[in-house]
Ligand binder design. Structure first.
Ligand SMILES: [Mg+2]
Length: 318
């Protein structure tokens, strides 16, 4: 089997919130790039990548340039193709648009592999389990009003979600009082039995993370984890926050390799997103270096979302 052609296209999606119908901005759009890799056997691999923002056309061009180099290759020799593309890309990687583009090619090649072998990818990756926990992410966002976020949390509970994630680090000057009030309000709407995670998206300084994190702990909110509490590459800051709080600290969404920071590390490197972070090949390597992996599911566009969670005691924390 040989790769015979590639075809990419930009699709502009509304930034909808299908989980709780609580979009921050109903007019907002998110452009993504869809890739189809065809073979002479008639099998077609489909992938999606995004995070290109205003550079989405550049991302598409990068996919086209890299994908052209896969034409004529055996798509089942995925590692050889990825190595060829990495070498051809020179110093444009490993981060940024190069990796976003490589992710689409990698995912499409995995899709071809699954179709050629008539097996789902989760089995080809090892198939450790046949059911996985999921959490509702993207509904409890920081720009919603307090009333809106409480309403959205109630909808998630009504729908039967057992786990959900909210955002803190609210717009405007930081007010620890407002942060705690919002965390308590969401917890109140969800009740005590739903796991509640919280994403800061790198918006706090370490001292703010420690201060607000302690206040939230004292208020009894009981976050399952606090995510990306400060700049993703401030490993010393992350270690300080991690040491100061009882709440597990998550990170890794913007990490492109295995990190072993000096002086400690986040207790839960997590949330790599293959569509944006290098594809299944990269994830596969990480799985071998970590304790546990959760495949969270496929979207209709075959986007893979894999979360890797590692606990302080090397015990998978699912
Ligand atoms: Mg995140």
């Amino acid at each position: 089997m040989k790769v015979s052609h590639i075809r990419s296209q930009i699709l502009v999606l509304p930034e909808a919130d299908p989980l709780a119908n609580s979009p921050e901005n109903p007019d907002a759009a998110r452009p993504i790039v869809i890739l189809r890799i065809g073979t002479d056997d008639g099998i077609e691999g489909i992938a999606v990548t995004f995070y290109g923002g205003a550079m989405t056309r550049s991302l598409k061009a990068a996919i086209d340039d890299l994908g052209a180099l896969a034409i004529g290759e055996d798509p089942l020799r995925l590692e050889a193709i990825i190595a060829k593309l990495r070498a051809a890309a020179g110093g444009s990687g490993p981060e940024g648009v190069f990796t976003l583009a490589l992710a689409a090619i990698d995912i499409a090649l995995w899709d071809i592999r699954g179709k050629a072998l008539n097996q789902p990818i989760w089995k080809l990756l090892g198939g450790a389990r046949d059911r996985v926990p999921t959490y509702a992410s993207g509904s409890l966002r920081r720009s919603l009003s307090l009333d809106e976020v409480v309403t959205a949390a109630g909808r998630l509970k009504e729908k039967g979600f057992r786990e959900a994630k909210m955002q803190l680090a609210l717009p405007g000057p930081t007010s620890p009082t407002k942060e705690v009030e919002r965390a308590q309000a969401v917890r109140g709407a969800l009740g005590p039995d739903i796991k509640l995670m919280c994403d800061i998206n790198q918006r706090w300084r370490p001292d703010e993370a420690i201060d607000i994190g302690r206040r939230v702990e004292d208020a009894g909110v009981g976050f399952f984890w606090l995510e990306d509490v400060t700049a993703h590459d401030d490993y010393a800051g992350l270690a300080r926050v991690n040491a100061a709080l009882a709440t597990p600290i998550a990170g890794g969404e913007l990490v492109y390799g295995i990190v072993q920071p000096a002086g400690g590390q986040p207790r839960h490197p997590g949330n790599p997103q293959p569509s944006g972070r290098g594809g299944a090949e990269r994830i596969d390597r990480r799985i071998h270096g970590l304790d546990a992996a959760i495949v969270r599911g496929h979207s209709r566009l075959r986007q893979w979302r894999v979360g890797i969670v590692r606990s302080a005691g090397s015990r998978p924390h699912l």
